[in-house]
Design a protein. Structure first.
Length: 545
């Protein structure tokens, strides 16, 4: 980071002596690990003594770490050790808004880990979604080397290969990216991942995470801004959620360091300057407060710019399109376990897909207080899973292991297996009616009816689905509907709506680019529950098959 404006230190001045910290007072403290301030001080001294800025008004001046960079990042990452004096942290996920100096900090840490960490034959890797992004850190590090007489004598910059070599120790720092990545032969002592939100999948991260298994103290440091897509397979979202858990309770995983700088979710607070400082630890030093105020005013007056401002300047995860439900609203409806289901009336919505797609049976259970619990069973042809995971970036295999999805034999959906599973469920629960789109039912309806189950067709028109869709909307807002399945949460989060001039709504399969089968099935189940309770079966245009 650039020096504070109030600093009078020249390039020849000695760095200030780092202050000591009491180990017990540190928020990351857990049993079994020791905090050694001297280890952190070594990193701080290296950065402030040998790393110089290369851009803007601070170019050519020594890098002076800001207080938050020392206290919140360097001290915990490098100060904590285990009983064998190995680094405590193997993985770090740090999230800050744009312009807080994360790339510059990574560049300085890359040089330290290459030449001063004490790792023989260190292999430090800078990684990003593409070579252009990965090269940002590499170019900054190369400029730091050239600007420092001390580093320039010891390190060789090879621009053509985006590599910096320390021949004395056999160490090197290099760049890789997801668009040209090969995992063979990597023995990384440290990995620095920039902008995890830009990763299209987790393959690069997964390979690099284990590339240092043979090293004594390997570390993977990811620094990123919040993303927008919150699909289960998105790397940034996985890291964000885990970082939240570990930041709240370090004992969850003592080897994982998580730090998130962000504003609160409450929209009423977004333009409170206290929230700006909470999200931006560099605000008022390297980020101009006047400039930030101007950007905030523009975002407040122009809703089209608000999403980008929230994500890039406040580190608030946002959606880029008009999803029906906010992720926070859906998360509030997840309950594990559900209320007991035995003895309660159940209405099944069945979204039966074509022969190669995802199918969902949503069992909707009513409560006397007007709330609902939803139990789901998903089906997918087994031979399509690998391609579906590659294409959709969704962890179907994990969901199968956890029991949320049932694979059926072959490359096409096994309708007999679907029908048999529903019949078995109905023997254990009071399934009063089954609702489905009549065009895809085929032999399934016949098998269900043979087993004494009542099947009704629910047209997929906006007139038929607007009532139960709006009913679902109200239940989610009031937190009066509950479910356990992460697949259903994913489906709900994918829904975009079709709306006519009269204000009628329904899920729009055409505009919803990801799967929404569970959401449609739940709406059909609610349609049955509403009409059966009110005794108005014709009001939603439901007809018996």
């Amino acid at each position: 980071m650039p020096p504070r404006r109030t600093s009078s230190r020249s390039s020849s001045a000695k760095p200030r002596k780092p202050r000591a910290a009491k180990p017990d007072a540190r928020p990351e403290a857990v049993a079994g690990f020791t905090y050694e301030q001297a280890r952190a001080n070594k990193v701080i001294r290296f950065v402030e003594s040998f790393c110089q800025m290369s851009k803007g008004e601070w170019a050519g001046r020594p890098m002076q770490l800001l207080e938050w960079q020392k206290r919140d990042i360097i001290e915990p990452l490098f100060g904590w050790v285990d009983a064998e004096k190995r680094r405590r942290y193997r993985t770090a996920a740090i999230f800050t808004p744009k312009k807080n100096g994360k790339s510059t900090l990574l560049s300085a840490l890359a040089l330290y880990l290459t030449v001063a960490d004490g790792e023989p034959g260190a292999e430090v890797i800078s990684a990003a979604s593409d070579r252009a992004q990965a090269g940002i850190i590499a170019r900054e590090a190369a400029s730091m080397v050239r600007s420092s007489p001390h580093l320039a004598k010891r390190l060789e910059v090879i621009d053509s290969r985006n590599t910096i070599v320390h021949r004395e120790s056999g160490s090197r720092y290099t760049v890789i990216s997801a668009d040209g990545f090969r995992a063979e032969g990597l023995n990384a002592s440290a990995v620095l991942l920039d902008e995890a939100h830009a990763q299209r999948d987790t393959r690069l991260y997964d390979a690099l995470r284990y590339a240092g298994a043979a090293r004594r103290s390997p570390i993977v440091i990811s620094i990123s801004t919040a993303g927008y897509s919150r699909q289960p397979g998105d790397l940034w979202w996985q890291l964000w959620q885990y970082a939240e858990r570990v930041q709240a309770d370090p004992s969850v995983d003592p080897s994982f360091f998580g730090k998130i700088y962000r504003a609160d979710e409450d929209a009423a607070d977004w333009f409170d300057e206290r929230q700006w400082f909470k999200a931006n630890p560099s605000l008022g030093t390297t980020i101009s407060l006047d400039s930030f105020r101007a950007d905030a005013l523009e975002a407040r007056q122009n809703p089209a710019k608000l999403n980008a401002w929230l994500r890039y300047r406040m580190n608030v995860p946002t959606e880029t399109d008009s999803r029906w439900f906010a992720p926070e609203a859906l998360a509030a409806c997840v309950a594990d376990p559900l209320e007991p289901l035995d003895g309660r009336p159940c209405y099944l919505g069945l979204d039966l897909a074509n022969n190669i797609d995802l199918t969902c049976a949503a069992f909707v259970f009513g409560n006397q207080d007007g709330s609902y619990d939803v139990d789901t069973i998903y089906f997918v042809p087994e031979n399509t899973i690998a391609e579906r995971e590659r294409k959709d970036r969704i962890p179907y295999s994990q969901w199968i292991r956890e029991g949320w999805v049932i694979p059926t034999d072959g490359a096409r959906l096994d309708h007999d297996r679907v029908a048999a599973t529903i019949v078995d469920y109905a023997t254990r629960h009071h399934v009063r009616k089954i609702g489905a789109d009549q065009w895809n039912l085929g032999s399934v309806a016949t098998q269900l009816q043979r087993n004494g189950l009542e099947v009704q067709a629910i047209p997929q028109s906006i007139g038929a689905l607007t009532g139960p869709s709006k009913f679902l909307e109200g239940l989610v807002a009031a937190r009066k509907i509950r479910w356990r399945s992460p697949v259903l949460t994913w489906n709900f989060g994918n829904v975009q709506l079709a709306e006519d001039t009269s204000g009628n709504i329904k899920p729009d399969r055409g505009r919803s680019t990801e799967k929404i089968d569970g959401a449609v099935a739940t709406i059909m189940g609610l349609a049955l529950a509403m009409t059966d309770t009110a005794g108005q079966a014709d009001s939603w245009d439901i007809v018996a098959i």
